[in-house]
Write a protein that binds this ligand. Structure first.
Ligand code: NDP
Length: 331
């Protein structure tokens, strides 16, 4: 039974020197537990934070213990009344080919809602993050200008579409022309900016001729520095992520305070867990839009348990379009 452990905490970008693949015994499920064969593993930018020892909203990974995250798996042995062999479930499990867990920490997936992988993407944590960050903090109104950084990723690609559904003029920022083409041609984004090849301040001026009312920020760094001067009166900023800073120790930048004062803007950081009590509401909107064809999604699926680390590292290089997953086994 292979598992992937954290063996060293990264200072900058995570690499193979920080993790190790280890062979261990297949666990035996105790009373109330099930044994799960992992089928799909989600790799997510927030896991970078858990590799560090710093205090955060979620506990650090322990050294010489497996990393963990969202998975879809098949119950192959059950010692619980609520789940049976063959059930397809989702939850948080360690990166082990086979892992055991209390049955009540897992949720059985309803396959009629979409492919099982969507429970890790558009109908899972990233989709809910997009929904609540935009609807609750962004408060989008018809005709407003919404700028989204990290626009072609799991969260961003949902945000731009919910922005369009809400009647906004949507400007998406991403790191490749292929991603820009996807945003424009497939998702109906109004304007797109390649932050690697274009001047972001110049292009924002061009594409946001009425200023910026909402900024959904997945990235932070230089891109955000270019957004602040263009904020309109009473703009809202949903601070979702800051991936540009995750691998940069002691990252510093220009000051934003004066821009916030001048625009009377509201900036609010959040984690999707803040909205736990409202997940059913978010989920039902996402599922409905998906069914109506108003919401699309893309998944980048890497194959093989041993390739989980590379898929994770790839997030920091922009290797993924939409949600990055790893397929580790067939049901
Ligand atoms: P994505 O699918 O968006 O993958 C990460 C993307 O970030 C890459 O594809 C890359 O796209 C972009 N990126 C990587 N490095 C940089 C950089 N230095 N500067 C600019 N862009 C970069 O991941 P998610 O959708 O899962 O997450 C997006 C953000 O939202 C992350 O910051 C994450 O931490 C945060 N998040 C927050 C949650 C919350 O509860 N607050 C929940 C989920 C996610 P490109 O090619 O465009 O560079």
């Amino acid at each position: 039974n292979k598992e992937i452990q954290l063996v060293k905490r990264p200072e900058a970008a995570p690499t193979h020197e920080h993790i190790k693949m280890v062979e261990t015994e297949r666990p035996v499920p105790l009373q109330g537990e099930v044994l799960v064969k992992l089928l799909y593993v989600s790799v997510d930018p927030y896991m970078r934070g858990r590799m560090s020892a710093a205090k955060s909203y979620i506990a650090p990974f322990q050294l010489n213990e497996p990393m963990e995250g969202g998975i879809v798996g098949e119950v192959v042995e059950s010692n619980a009344d609520t789940l049976q062999e063959g059930d397809i479930v989702t939850g948080m499990l360690p990166w082990k080919e086979y892992a055991s867990a209390p049955a009540d920490t897992l949720r059985k997936i309803d396959p009629s809602l979409g492919p099982v992988t969507t429970s890790l993407g558009i109908l899972g944590m990233p989709g809910l993050t997009a929904y609540f960050g935009l609807m609750d903090i962004g408060q989008p109104k018809e005709g407003e200008t919404l700028v989204v950084s990290g626009a072609a990723g799991a969260v961003g690609s949902a945000v731009v579409q919910i922005g369009k559904i809400s009647g906004c003029h949507v400007v998406g920022i991403a790191g490749s022309d292929e991603k820009l083409a996807y945003l424009k041609n497939e998702l109906g984004v109004d304007e797109v900016i390649n932050y690697k090849t274009e001047s972001v301040p110049d292009r924002l001026e061009e594409t946001c001729s009425n200023g910026i009312d909402i900024y959904f920020d997945n990235v932070g760094g230089d891109i955000s520095d270019a957004v602040y001067p263009l904020l309109n009166k009473f703009a809202r900023i949903a601070q979702c992520g800051a991936i540009a800073s995750y691998n940069v120790p002691n990252d510093q930048g220009p000051r934003m305070q004066m821009h916030l004062i001048k625009s009377s803007a509201l900036i609010k950081g959040f984690t999707v867990g803040d909205y736990q009590d409202r997940f059913t509401e978010g989920f039902s909107h996402l599922a409905q839009w998906l069914q109506e064809g108003r919401l699309k999604y893309e998944e980048t699926i890497t194959e093989g348990f041993e390739n989980i680390p590379d898929a994770f590292f790839g997030l920091f290089e922009g290797a993924n379009l939409g949600k990055q997953l790893v397929k580790v086994a067939e049901p």
